[in-house]
Design a binder for this molecule. Structure first.
Ligand code: HEC
Length: 92
């Protein structure tokens, strides 16, 4: 519970690493880092950016499509953020 409260101030978004990159064929740690940075900046405007584990929930795909519009992401930005979320969601 305490973790949740603190999460509002500072979200612990997983640091991209080789294991995370390996979860998505063809993606590099650098690209995942760009995705993480975009997530912080573009999705953190309105609310705390979601932790990648959110990408495991059934509603994720529809929510993400909705949020890419709200954040006015370019297709490229959306692709990077989604890659980070999906790679992060595959981590234990
Ligand atoms: C313009 C403001 C705005 C931006 C930018 C934004 N969101 Fe949201 N987000 C909201 C609001 C408001 C809600 C509350 C639920 C609703 O209104 O649908 C929400 C809810 C959510 C939820 C929870 C949905 C649920 O039903 O539990 C997730 C996950 C989410 N946003 C992810 C993101 C991601 C990822 C991004 C960046 C691509 C993003 N949001 C950018 C306004 C925003």
């Amino acid at each position: 519970m305490l973790t949740l409260l603190f999460a509002c101030a500072t979200v612990q978004l997983p640091e991209p690493n080789e294991a995370m990159a390996a979860a998505t064929p063809g993606i590099t740690v650098e690209e995942l880092t760009k995705g993480r940075d975009l997530l912080r900046v573009r999705c953190g405007n309105c609310h705390t950016p979601p932790h990648p584990r959110q990408a495991r929930t059934p509603a994720w795909s529809a929510t993400f499509t909705d949020m890419t519009r709200r954040a006015r992401l370019t297709p490229e930005e959306a692709r990077r953020i989604e890659a980070y979320m999906l790679a992060g969601s595959a981590m234990p």
